[in-house]
Design a protein around this ligand. Structure first.
Ligand SMILES: CC(C)(COP(=O)(O)OP(=O)(O)OC[C@H]1O[C@@H](n2cnc3c(N)ncnc32)[C@H](O)[C@@H]1OP(=O)(O)O)[C@@H](O)C(=O)NCCC(=O)NCCS
Length: 163
């Protein structure tokens, strides 16, 4: 990284660079993951998704989607990817926080994702509140993580994740 990164919501013009970064970060296995099954059905929210730039170069992305558990609308985060040359400088955490705050501002009560709790715990994500959410495919339930965005909105989230 040469400069302090800048952040903004994703636009259509960012899609190719963001897809390329995600492909590099995850490799070919990413399309078989359960998160991809979620995203196939969900509505993409570029207005909640966040890209990070080093000058004109896209170096990080956190994408967001609209999903439901029962009648409750929540945000689904992923993929999260940071360019290998920009890692371990807080960018991944900053992207998660910016996307979560955008979802909060848009009225979402929670953000769900599939990932390593060791990384996402620092941003307030834990497996316990997502234990009864049924994902659309095989998954290690310990990797299904939820962060509440509004204390007053906490309710039992139980049943299939739908679009
Ligand atoms: C995961 C990823 C987004 C982190 O980006 P980043 O900008 O390096 O993140 P941050 O700088 O905010 O945090 C880095 C810290 O998280 C740790 N970390 C990174 N990935 C981790 C993981 N999977 N599990 C636990 N800790 C992890 C790093 O070791 C580092 O720890 P430190 O602060 O103690 O040194 C980036 O490594 C990446 O794009 N990886 C490939 C794609 C991926 O795995 N995405 C996440 C899906 S689970």
């Amino acid at each position: 990284m040469t400069k302090t990164p800048t952040f903004r919501h994703e636009t259509a013009a960012d899609a190719a660079a963001a897809d390329d970064l995600i492909d590099r970060a995850f490799g070919p296995g990413r399309l078989v993951k359960v998160s991809e099954r979620v995203r196939e059905r969900a509505a993409f929210r570029p207005d909640l998704s966040v890209c990070a730039f080093d000058g004109a170069a896209l170096i990080g992305v956190a994408r967001m989607w609209d999903v439901h558990v029962g009648a409750t609308p929540i945000a689904f985060l992923g993929p999260l990817a940071v360019d290998s040359g920009a890692r371990n400088a807080g960018l991944g955490a900053a992207l998660v926080e910016a996307a979560s705050q955008a979802a909060r501002a848009a009225g979402a009560c929670a953000v769900l994702l599939v990932g390593d709790e060791a990384f996402f715990r620092k941003a307030g994500f834990t497996a316990a509140p997502a234990a009864d959410i049924v994902m659309p495919g095989p998954v290690d339930q310990k990797r299904v993580l939820l962060r509440w965005l509004a204390d007053s909105a906490q309710k039992a989230l139980k049943g299939p994740l739908t679009s």
